[in-house]
Design a binder for this molecule. Structure first.
Ligand code: AMP
Length: 304
């Protein structure tokens, strides 16, 4: 089993009530891959600039992520995002987005990238997601993430991209915004009508809800003593969720397995938010994940 991920590969400057950091390694594909690597083989596709150096490649290589298809472009700059969080850390405020190398990126997938069983179209311009989707024709399970910016400025492209995938992961507010429906259950049903068979609504510190034509699943998030930087939590969730589903094979997806995948998503996201950027997930181990999964089970089991 193998997973190909496209999405931003970024430098992030972030301010939260617990501190500020400049130009940390980030991006949707990076946060995703760092979480998914515990379950399956992961490769990232995308461009970076000259400012993306040995330290950044080294971190990804050490994590066992395949970086051969990260294209370093001379004389250009890596995608950059600056944002901050107020007291309510469920809401990210974007201060700056510089597409840089992504502005004229033409994805060309290698044989190996196209052969992956699962494809993750991480948050990036939706036309780019569609182009990668078109190239990765062997993928048996395709999932897509996006954000409010693309709903605002590229709505039609995003809807076209969504029509071509099996699973959509969005924040609950984004599901409502995209469909124009205030009720989450009805909004998710509207998205399912548009093509995907699975819709996951991420709800920050309140967990996540999953909808299919037959199922409605809700899980909480871990209750943590320390939440320092939520950046990348959604992608870590997606990494745990899709990494687990890829490891069992898309033919085995049942409602029981979807619940388990949601639990892994929640566990990976819980590690992500404990420290800035990729700091926590980059040094995570599989035993620590299993230990927290047991805590998660205790938290969610009501024994009734
Ligand atoms: P999240 O999981 O939603 O917190 O995603 C955080 C990551 O999304 C950060 O590491 C950013 O680099 C990245 N990001 C922010 N805005 C965009 C955008 N417009 N396109 C692609 N990636 C973005």
């Amino acid at each position: 089993m193998a997973l190909t991920a496209v999405g931003s590969i970024a430098f992030d400057s972030v301010r939260t009530p617990f501190g500020a950091r400049e130009r940390m390694l980030g991006g949707s594909a990076v946060h995703f891959a760092l979480a998914a690597r515990f379950f399956t083989d992961v490769r990232i596709i995308g461009p970076v600039g000259e400012d993306f150096g040995d330290a950044e490649f080294g971190l990804l290589d050490e994590a066992g992520i395949e970086t051969a298809e990260i294209e370093r472009i001379d004389g250009a700059k890596t995608f950059f995002w600056a944002g901050h969080y107020e007291h309510d850390m469920n809401l990210a405020h974007t201060d700056q987005t510089e597409l840089n190398v992504f502005a004229d990126f033409e994805p060309k997938l290698t044989e190996q990238a196209r052969a992956a069983s699962t494809l993750f179209l991480g948050n990036i311009q939706p036309d780019l997601q569609r182009r990668v989707r078109g190239e990765a024709d062997a993928a048996r399970f395709v999932a897509l993430d996006s954000m409010n910016l693309w709903i605002e400025i590229a709505r039609e492209s995003l809807l076209a991209a969504i029509a071509e995938v099996d699973c959509v992961l969005l924040n609950d507010a984004e599901v409502r915004m995209l469909t124009g429906h205030p009720n989450l259950v009805k909004a998710a049903a509207k998205l399912i009508e548009a093509g995907p068979s699975i819709v996951v609504a991420k709800r920050g510190e309140y967990g996540a809800a999953l909808f299919t034509a037959e199922d409605r699943i809700a899980i909480p998030a871990m209750l943590l003593d320390e939440v320092r930087d939520p950046t990348g939590a959604g992608d870590s969730f997606a990494g745990g969720f899709l990494g687990y589903l890829d490891s069992i094979g898309s033919d085995s997806i049942s409602s029981r397995e979807l619940k388990r995948a949601m639990a892994y998503g929640s566990v990976l996201a819980s590690f992500n938010v404990e420290d800035f950027g990729t700091d926590r997930v980059a040094r995570l181990t599989r035993p620590a994940i299993e230990e927290r999964l047991a805590e998660f089970r205790a938290l969610t089991h009501f024994g009734g």
